[in-house]
Write a protein that binds this ligand. Structure first.
Ligand code: C2O
Ligand code: CU
Length: 570
């Protein structure tokens, strides 16, 4: 019944909303990237101007293409009226470069992380991670894709020409009000879009096409597949290629997860295929299924009125056209060799149990806890020694599935309720959906970066859950007597030393400009009052009265420029 109602409303939507060509985000590549995060407007519906956040664009951001081994620097300018952060989801970077809730970028300031790309060829993404505000910033449109290439992937006969035989598909559901403004925190996310295009179509060539699919929705889980059950092959998980392509007709993708898939359209010239979410097939207790909780009594306000829930609905239509001259026409039989850490090599096992704050029918509305605690900016939940190999056991004792994400590392799933993972989940992962009342274990190794005072997050990637506290943090501690993260944080134009440092911090302009003033903020964005002493070459900041931790410095130089940098006070 719901499906019928849905198709009626879908077709009536078609009357007002004709199919649109799929937008393909612009590309930035090389080793230095400039991202301008700004308040802007976008036309999703003709005749309506929608307020959005965009990154170098009116909605979403460019696709960043990076090569493994390159040292990259990124200049993030925050032109929003609000503080934000940008996190490199899935990438192995030091905590100070990670863009978590502590690496805040004040309005009008810029942030310059730089790091060596150490990740395997795969699809990653970037998005704001401001404490309690991630959902709002991402839902408004601040997010983009990152493609990492490496020499192993390059040797394989795979499509990799962006926008020709290799396409980004950023899938989102959204709620618009009557004046077509984006609504936040609303279970009425009934409008589907891909790359910001509502009701999209894409002309694809009759050959093997690669899709990098990202679920960038706040909460919704998709059960992807083609109408008519065309077989496709998953070749990659969040953090790398699989050992071999896995033939599928359905692919479940939870918020934060990525999957690379190959679709062989060879010989299908002139035909049309629709990528769907077969959400009617999702078992209960998953956001997107008919029932979001474990029983009919458990619900979320507005959920049952949303026509997408429990329905089969279209995501993107493909029209197959003539092949290109350099077409890849077959699916390779093998890809790479993944070597998971042996379970016997684990030094530590940690158990994380998810539970609702409220019991009873409102349990699934949240908030949710991890090990009975809510996120506390000042509490470090785990201290992990550098190079520790760990098994994390995730037990969901709440009546809705949660996509669990950890920063810094990729992991391998070792057990799903005691059994090995399905073939398409056996690769490198950084998000895993933990269904209600189930247990998933993964193994990972916390290597390369240590920093006793800068933390990494782990959290549920349903953004309202994250914002309401379903998050924790860990530090990777350095061996006694050694320093800190291999890659330090330095602003291009202001030098801060010693850093990490003692209680008198020196600031120097690299361009030999005079420093006029400095303002110091803690990682919650509160300004502190500090004394400074002007020196001939720079400024000395007295940090004797502050607690150990990371502070943001906004430094004004004589040219009027404001630079944002950090100091770590020991
Ligand atoms: Cu994509 Cu901590 O997030
Ligand atoms: Cu959750």
């Amino acid at each position: 019944m719901k499906r019928i109602t849905f198709f009626l409303s879908f077709f009536s939507l078609l009357l007002v909303k004709a199919q649109q060509p799929l937008a393909i985000p612009a590309v930035l590549s090389g080793t230095s990237f400039n991202l301008n995060v700004h308040d802007t407007t976008h036309v999703f519906y003709s005749g309506f101007t929608t307020l959005t956040y965009g990154i170098n664009a009116s909605y979403l951001g460019p696709t960043l293409i990076m090569n493994k081994g390159d040292s990259v620097s990124i200049n993030v300018n925050n032109f929003l009226m609000d503080t934000t952060t940008i996190h490199w989801h899935g990438m192995h970077v030091s905590a100070m470069n990670d863009g978590g809730p502590h690496n805040i970028i004040l309005p009008g300031a810029s942030w310059q992380p730089s790091f060596r790309v150490r990740d395997h060829a795969s699809t990653y993404w970037y998005h704001p991670h401001l404490h309690m505000m991630t959902n709002m910033h991402v839902t408004r449109g601040a997010a983009g894709m990152i493609i990492v290439r490496d020499s192993t992937e390059s040797l394989l006969n795979l499509p990799r020409t962006y926008g020709v035989d290799d396409y980004p598909l950023v899938i989102q559901s959204k709620c618009f009000d009557a004046s077509k403004q984006i609504q936040i925190n609303n279970a009425s996310d009934s409008v589907m879009m891909v790359n910001g295009t509502i009701n999209p179509f894409l002309n694809v060539s009759a050959q093997v096409i690669r899709f990098r699919v990202l679920n960038a929705s706040s909460e919704r889980v998709y059960q992807l597949g083609f109408q008519g059950n065309l077989t496709f092959h998953q070749i990659g998980t969040d953090g790398g290629l699989l050992d071999a392509p896995v033939a599928l007709t359905r692919l479940r993708l939870a918020p934060g997860e990525r999957a690379e898939i190959l679709v062989n359209f060879s010989g299908l010239n002139g035909q049309t295929f629709t990528l769907m979410s077969f959400a009617s097939e999702l078992p209960g207790a998953i956001y997107g299924a008919t029932q979001p909780g474990m029983g009919p009594g458990q619900t979320i306000t507005g959920y049952s009125q949303n026509p997408l829930n429990g329905a089969d609905f279209p995501i993107l239509q493909f029209n197959v056209t003539a092949p290109t001259s350099t077409a890849v026409i077959s699916i390779p039989s093998t890809l790479i060799t993944n070597t998971a850490w042996p379970v016997s090599s684990a030094n530590t096992t940690r158990t994380l149990t998810f539970s609702p704050v409220n019991m009873g029918p409102t349990a699934i509305q949240g908030p949710f806890l991890i090990n009975n605690t809510s996120f506390d900016t000042h509490a470090i939940n785990y201290s992990v020694p550098l190079n520790n190999t760990e098994i994390w056991t995730l037990t969901n004792q709440s009546p809705i599935a949660h996509p669990f994400h950890i920063h810094d590392v990729q992991f391998y799933i070792t057990e799903v309720n005691g059994a090995p993972p399905a073939a398409n989940l056996a690769g490198r992962k950084d998000v895993v959906l933990v269904p209600a009342m189930q247990t998933i274990k993964f193994i990972t190794r916390l290597e390369t970066f240590c920093d006793d005072s800068a933390s990494y997050m782990y959290h549920c990637h349903m953004l309202p859950h994250e914002d309401l506290g379903m998050m924790g943090q860990f530090v990777v501690t350095c061996p006694a007597g050694t320093g800190f993260a291999e890659e330090k944080f330095e602003h291009a134009s202001i030098k801060v030393f010693p850093n990490p440092g003692c209680r008198f911090v020196n600031l120097l302009s690299v361009n030999a400009e005079k420093i006029i003033s400095v303002r110091v903020y803690d990682n919650a964005g509160r300004e502190l009052s500090v004394n400074t002493t002007a020196e001939e070459s720079g400024l000395i900041v007295d940090m004797r009265d502050v607690e150990a931790g990371i502070y943001i410095l906004r430094v004004k130089t004589e040219s009027g420029e404001t630079n944002q940098t950090y100091v770590q006070v020991k």
